[in-house]
Design a protein around this ligand. Structure first.
Ligand code: GDP
Ligand code: IMO
Ligand code: MG
Length: 433
């Protein structure tokens, strides 16, 4: 009856989809609990690349069923597109395999327009959102003005609600922001059609998950975004609008804490970030270019959802310790060790410095990060290509030292080391810790 929660331990794009796909081989149900189509999870199976934005990566393991939990915000347009594109790639996405929470909130064209308008109207620097309407949809949810997926059960009534919502948003866009608004009639018409498509997938997902746990099934919660983008615990205001942490998984799925077996943090072997906000270990120049890649490979550091080049930097051990504390990590998965090894020498941030004082832990909120200078430990890299390695002892000594230093910093065992995007490209260490 266990629940395993998988969270991104950095600013997103850690390889959550890739690790979820791996762990889903042993799970019965894979559930997303937060965020929307701002997420982009790339999974490669036998040379075929799948880009998932809403549907859990577990859909690619044919035995697993999937849940979109009520902590999510759903754009019905992209959800239908994703269902169709998976189906045309031969992946079954029937109501038997996919359940959408009745209580998830619906993103409309007006929410997307408001996302852009709010970005442009900010007094400070733009956040660099994905433009998917995430913030305005969660704001409507908190203001109790939102549209819930349950309304799609009656497509005619849903169309009326969508039109009323669009008319209200149009007044805001036109009078406050001076911008054109999506046509309320168009929105109502197209969302009525989408409701007809999605209605069969709607379900009481908390009941479904409770039944699964009672039947002894294993649930894997797939995080979206990273915990440093969490609305409460991240680098506010440079965050997303949902709860990306392990706590968010419990509330976003409606499962109690006693079911939790493991909390798995996924961390890239270096650090990346898309969008604005503090980034103490950020790099520029040749090293950054080498880590980012040119964009010619699918795993190069360009956003899955927006295509923007990702900011890159050295692994930040202080922030990883914060991630571990905040989520109660029991295990760690480290990705892209093959890419890090291409550098001639490595740095790992093990503490911050401010006014002559050393801080191995973040003394305060991550929004204060700009005040700190990273302190680095330097180490040798490894010249060997590790993408074919499958046993821990076969990794170069320098790679093992780097990983063991991370384990020592966190006090959390590294159980999975990913050395490439394909399913078999992983070193599994079940016996460690
Ligand atoms: P997510 O949002 O956390 O699921 O991560 P993304 O999918 O946005 O970005 C991770 C990228 O790295 C994807 O293209 C993965 O296929 C790729 N990837 C994951 N693990 C590895 C790895 O160990 N090596 C390489 N080269 N690529 C990886
Ligand atoms: P996955 O699940 C990386 C970032 C955006 C922006 C901020 C707010 O693939 O790891 P939003 O559109 O959510 O209001 O944007 O959050 N962001 C992500 N960065 N990976 C993601 O998802 C992200 N989802 C949102 O770039 O800085
Ligand atoms: Mg991503």
């Amino acid at each position: 009856m266990p629940l395993d929660i998988l969270v991104g331990a950095q600013w997103g794009d850690e390889g959550k989809g890739r690790i979820t796909d791996l762990l889903a081989a042993q799970a019965d149900v894979v559930a997303r609990y937060s965020g929307g189509d701002n997420a982009g999870h790339s999974v490669t199976v036998d040379g075929r690349l799948f880009k998932l934005h809403l549907i859990p990566s577990g859909i690619l393991q044919t035995h697993a069923s999937c849940v979109l939990g009520h902590g999510m915000v759903l754009n019905p347009v992209t959800l239908v597109e994703e269902i169709d594109s998976l189906a045309s790639a031969g992946v079954e996405v029937s109501p038997r395999r996919l359940a959408v929470s009745l209580a998830a909130h619906v993103i409309t064209p007006a929410h997307r327009a408001l996302d852009g308008a709010e970005e442009r109207a900010r007094t400070g620097p733009a956040l660099g959102t994905t433009g998917r309407g995430i913030g305005p949809t969660y704001a409507d949810k908190a203001s109790r003005l939102g549209l819930r997926a349950e309304a799609m059960n009656d497509p005619d009534e849903f169309a009326i609600l969508v039109r009323a919502h669009a008319e209200r948003a149009a007044r805001l866009l036109e009078t406050f922001y001076g911008l054109p608004a999506p046509d309320p009639d168009d929105s109502a018409r197209s969302y009525r059609e989408l409701a007809l498509r999605l209605r069969p997938f709607l379900a009481d997902t908390t009941g479904l998950l409770a039944d699964a746990l009672a039947a002894g099934k294993t649930i894997l919660a797939e995080g979206a975004q990273g915990i440093l983008l969490d609305l409460d615990h991240g680098t506010y205001p440079y965050v997303t609008s949902s709860s990306a942490t392990a706590g968010g998984a419990l509330s976003g799925l409606g499962v109690g804490p006693r079911h939790v077996r493991r909390v798995i943090g996924v961390a890239k072997s270096f650090q990346t970030r898309v969008g604005a906000g503090p980034f103490p270990t950020e790099l520029s120049g040749h090293t950054a270019d080498a880590l980012r890649g040119s964009g010619s490979q699918p795993w190069d550091e360009f956003g899955t959802t927006t295509g923007r080049p990702r900011r890159v930097g050295w692994l930040d051990g202080v922030l990883l310790r914060y991630a571990s504390r905040l989520n109660g990590l029991t295990d760690l998965a480290v990705t892209k060790l093959d890419i890090l090894g291409q550098l001639p020498a490595l740095r790992l941030c093990t503490a911050y410095q401010r006014q002559g004082i050393r801080h191995p832990d973040l003394p305060g909120l991550p929004s204060m990060l700009e005040d700190f200078a990273p302190e680095y430990e330097e180490s040798a890299s490894w010249p060997q290509d590790v993408s074919g390695v499958r046993e821990y002892d076969a990794l170069p000594r320098e790679a093992r030292s780097y990983l063991e230093r991370i384990e020592a910093l966190l006090g959390v065992p590294i159980r999975w080391i990913s050395v490439g995007p394909e399913r078999p490209q992983v070193v599994v260490r079940e016996a460690v810790g």
